[in-house]
Design a protein. Structure first.
Length: 112
């Protein structure tokens, strides 16, 4: 059995310059917990594989393609491969999301 404690993981370097910690990484899938502080946002980008997001804490805005929604804890959001998307935290508190990419990408995410 492998147990991972989020606080023990290093922040992974990323083009968004936000707190992103890889909690799971195998040949089949990868999972990252992203924490956006108030006022932080991801840059709009395209992921080469399907992604789903599970909101762990706080309230944030998800943009996928031309759609924009506010979501909070226990919401799951699906994001198809190759569709521009990003997260925005316009709230006064931290916003944490579990990001799961399936299958594990073999090419890089493309910033727009």
């Amino acid at each position: 059995m492998k147990i991972v404690t989020l606080a023990d993981l290093p922040v992974s370097p990323n083009p968004h310059h936000v707190d992103a910690r890889k909690v799971y990484d195998t040949e089949n899938a990868t999972a990252v917990v992203i924490t956006l502080q108030p006022g932080e946002a991801l840059k709009k980008h395209i992921t080469p594989v399907d992604v789903f997001f599970y909101v762990l804490e706080g309230t944030g805005i998800i943009e996928i393609g031309d759609e924009r929604e506010t979501v909070g804890p226990d919401h799951l959001v699906e994001s198809p491969a190759r569709i521009p998307h990003r997260w925005i935290n316009e709230s006064e508190a931290a916003f944490r999301v579990l990001v799961v990419k399936v299958p594990r990408p073999t090419s890089e995410t493309k910033l727009l």
